[in-house]
Design a protein around this ligand. Structure first.
Ligand SMILES: [Zn+2]
Length: 126
């Protein structure tokens, strides 16, 4: 038996002796059974704590929040740009277009922030 396997067996024995539970779930990295130790999930083969994502839905929510954050940042930058252009603009028609664009950016930013908040709160509740 390789020494790392011996280590693994020893860790498993120690964990079980100290009250750890072997779970039906498996490590996403090495596919070894996971253990619940003091309320935390551990892979004793990798000797690492495993953070479990509850489901595909949570992954999607997390990705949505990241996307929304990016969108908010981009919109804020666009509003800044439009403000600079508007300051410099001497043309009424151009100014009107810029103001229109800013209005759209601001409205979208507000919606984006709102959505992001909704997703974040949903996660905290759940
Ligand atoms: Zn593992």
């Amino acid at each position: 038996m390789a020494s790392e396997d011996k280590e693994y067996m020893r860790r498993m024995a120690d964990a079980l002796r100290s009250g750890a539970k072997m779970l039906a779930e498996h490590c996403p990295v090495c596919n070894s059974p996971l253990f619940e130790i003091k309320g935390q999930l551990w892979c004793l083969k990798c000797n690492k704590r495993v953070i479990k994502v509850r489901g595909e839905e949570d992954v999607e929510d997390a990705l949505t929040v990241i996307t929304l954050s990016e969108a908010a940042k981009t919109l804020a930058a666009k509003i800044e740009e439009a403000t600079m252009l508007l300051k410099r603009s001497a043309d009424i028609e151009e100014s009107r277009k810029l103001a229109e664009a800013m209005k759209t950016f601001l409205e979208t930013l507000e919606k984006t922030t709102h959505l992001k908040k909704a997703f974040t709160e949903k996660k905290e509740e759940g």
